[in-house]
Design a protein around this ligand. Structure first.
Ligand code: SF4
Ligand code: SF4
Length: 341
C-alpha cells in the first residue's frame, strides 16, 4: 500500500482553540468569535507536546532560548489569551517537558491595563515561557486598538527583553509614524496609508484571505493550477500546527489533517494513502487537477466564474464544497475550520 513519507517536524505551534476575539480578513485558520471555545484538554496537550518535543529535539543546535518564527514551539490559536489559565498551564507543561524555545503569539486584545499586562507576562515568564510574538498588521488593526499593541510591545520588552518579536515590524513603525489610535477599518487604513503600503503585507493567499481579500489579487481560471502538486507543502517539517482536536497540519494548510498528533510518531512512519484519498491526490503529480476532476465527477463541483487567486483558493473551495456534502474524508478536519471559513 502506498504511503506518504511525513518527515519529523522541526518547529511548530499548538492552537489552544479556533476561538478569537477578531475575525481577520487574512486568517489562514478561519478563527473567529463565532468559533466554539473547545479548548485543548491538558491531557491531549501533554501527549501532543511530548511527541512534538521528541520530534523537534534533533533540530536544536544546542540548548538555547533563541526565538524565531520557525524555531521551537509556539502557543497560538485563535487567541491564546482568551484562556489565560490554560495558556499558563500549557507553558508549565512545555517547560517541564524541556522545550528550549517557546513563545506565545497574540493580537494583544487583552492589554487594556499596564499592571495587568505586566502581571500576566511575568506569570508566563516565571512559568518558563521564553518570549512573545506580537501581531501587527492592518487586519488585526480592524479589531484591536493600536494602543493595546504598543502596551504589549513596551511591557513585553520590559519582561522578556529582546525576546519580543513584532510581526510585522513595518506596520508597527508605520502605525506609530501615522500616530494612529484606536481601530481602523481596512478600507480606511488603505485610504490613510495609501494602497502602496499593501506591498509590504506578507499575505499568503490561503484560508479566509482567498474570499475576503480576493480583490487584491489577480484571479485565474482553475485550468491555471491543475498541473500543481502539494507534496512539498504537505510534507514541510517547519512551522507545523496542531489544533485543539489534535489534527496535525503542515504547510499552513488549514483544514487538512495528516492524522492525530497524539500519535505523531506513527504519522512520521508514513500515512497510508488509501486512508487519505484527498491527500493522495494533492501530493501526486497534477494533484490539483486530480482533485478538481474528483470534485466535479463525484460532488458536482462548479468552478467559480471569477476564477481563483491561488491554487490554495481552488483547493479550499473544492474541499469546502466536499465537506458540505460528506464527512467521510478523515483528512478534511477540523469541522470548525470549514464552518467558519
Ligand atoms: S489572524 Fe490571529 S488575530 Fe486574526 S482572527 Fe486569526 S487568530 Fe485571530
Ligand atoms: S493547494 Fe491545498 S494542499 Fe496545496 S498548499 Fe494550498 S491549501 Fe495546501
Amino acid at each position: 500500500m502506498a504511503k506518504l513519507l511525513v518527515p519529523k517536524p522541526i518547529s511548530g505551534g499548538l492552537l489552544l482553540s479556533y476561538k478569537c476575539n477578531s475575525e481577520c480578513k487574512h486568517c489562514m485558520y478561519a478563527c473567529s468569535p463565532k468559533c466554539r471555545a473547545n479548548w485543548i484538554s491538558l491531557d491531549d496537550a501533554g501527549r501532543v507536546l511530548t511527541q512534538l518535543h521528541a520530534a523537534f529535539e534533533h533540530s536544536y543546535p544546542a540548548r538555547t532560548s533563541r526565538l524565531g518564527l520557525n524555531f521551537g514551539l509556539h502557543f497560538t490559536g485563535g487567541e491564546p489569551f482568551l484562556n489565560f489559565r490554560l495558556l499558563l498551564s500549557l507553558v508549565k507543561i512545555a517547560h517541564k517537558i524541556g522545550f528550549p524555545s517557546t513563545f506565545v503569539e497574540t493580537n494583544c486584545f487583552w492589554c487594556s491595563d499596564d499592571k495587568e499586562t505586566e502581571e500576566k507576562l511575568v506569570q508566563l515568564k516565571n512559568a518558563g515561557l521564553h518570549g512573545v510574538l506580537v501581531s501587527v498588521n492592518p487586519f488585526i488593526f480592524e479589531y484591536v486598538p493600536f494602543e493595546k499593541t504598543l502596551r504589549a510591545i513596551n511591557i513585553g520588552r520590559k519582561v522578556f527583553g529582546e525576546n519580543v518579536m513584532v510581526y510585522q515590524d513595518f506596520f508597527y513603525q508605520q502605525f506609530r509614524s501615522l500616530k494612529i489610535k484606536g481601530t481602523l477599518s481596512f478600507q480606511d487604513y488603505v485610504h490613510k496609508a495609501g494602497v502602496r503600503s499593501l506591498r509590504f503585507v506578507e499575505l499568503i493567499p490561503m484560508g479566509r484571505a482567498c474570499y475576503e481579500l480576493g480583490h487584491l489579487f489577480v484571479k485565474r481560471p482553475a485550468e491555471a493550477f491543475v498541473s500543481e502538486s502539494c507534496l512539498d507543502e504537505l510534507t514541510r517539517p517547519w512551522h507545523v500546527h496542531v489544533d485543539n482536536y489534535c489534527n496535525y497540519m503542515t504547510g499552513y494548510c488549514g483544514g487538512i489533517s495528516l492524522g492525530d498528533a497524539r500519535n505523531l510518531d506513527q504519522i512520521c512512519q508514513g500515512i497510508k494513502l488509501d486512508d487519505y484519498p484527498i491527500i493522495a491526490m494533492l501530493t501526486s503529480d497534477n494533484g490539483i487537477g486530480k482533485l478538481l476532476q474528483f470534485s466535479v465527477d463525484e460532488y458536482n463541483y462548479k468552478e467559480l466564474k471569477d476564477g481563483y487567486v491561488s491554487k490554495c483558493h481552488l483547493c479550499l473551495d473544492m474541499r469546502k464544497h466536499i465537506v458540505e456534502q460528506t464527512s467521510e474524508f478523515r483528512e478534511l478536519k477540523s469541522e470548525e475550520f470549514y464552518r467558519n471559513i
